[in-house]
Design a protein. Structure first.
Length: 208
């Protein structure tokens, strides 16, 4: 067990509940899909799993999670830094030499179809390229828990299929991967899918 949720519910202030009564156990090597209608709390659940946000109700337990990778829906990076630099940095932070880090980063960029833009500054990347770059950077950090928000939202079907395969490969190497998605093709790649639409919480339940 890496992460366990027990009776988790989330809302902001007095606004309607996003979801409730969610209990699940996330294990190493598992790829979990999180689906549901817009506004059902998919990104909020990722934040709770990361420990960035406390649930309104319920309990979250973590064990053996030292590194968490989080890939946001909207790409971000340092405008003047090259794509290669963005992936090299986490490798250097883990102790690789510059030459080894550059080599490994170049290999990762190739896996995500970014070899041709390795020397390009982040500011010149397309939205889809920036999103794939975030994934490559997260993989380079070798997290025990990888949280991904809509990884294929800006990708064509062929590129999306490649990204899904890479995420599945990461899970098979021992990381737990949680993907919030609207894409049924991405959900199909997951070992298990949680639909937040199946976990409603009524205001009357909270008052009980």
């Amino acid at each position: 067990m890496l992460v366990e949720l027990e009776g988790v519910a989330a809302r902001f202030g007095t606004r309607p509940w996003l979801f409730g009564n969610l209990s699940l156990t996330l294990s190493a090597g598992e790829m979990l899909g999180v689906v549901g209608p817009s506004g059902s709390g998919k990104s909020t659940l990722l934040a709770i799993l990361a420990g960035e946000l406390a649930p309104t109700r319920g309990t979250v337990r973590r064990a053996g999670v030292k590194r968490i990778g989080w890939v946001f829906q909207n790409p971000y990076g340092v405008a003047g830094r090259t794509a290669l630099d963005h992936v090299t940095l986490p490798l250097l932070a883990r102790g690789s030499t510059r030459s080894d880090a550059d080599r490994q980063a170049a290999e990762l960029l190739g896996r995500f179809g970014l070899s041709e833009v390795a020397a390009s500054p982040f500011a010149l990347l397309s939205g889809g390229e920036g999103q794939r770059l975030q994934l490559a950077r997260a993989v380079a950090s070798q997290p025990e828990l990888l949280l991904v928000d809509e990884p294929t939202a800006q990708l064509d079907s062929r590129t999306a299929a490649g990204v899904n395969a890479i995420l599945g490969g990461l899970a098979s190497s021992g990381a737990a991967v949680v993907i919030a998605t609207h894409d049924p093709r991405t959900a199909e790649q997951c070992d298990r899918v949680v639909d937040l639409g199946d976990h409603p919480m009524e205001d009357t339940d909270a008052a009980a």
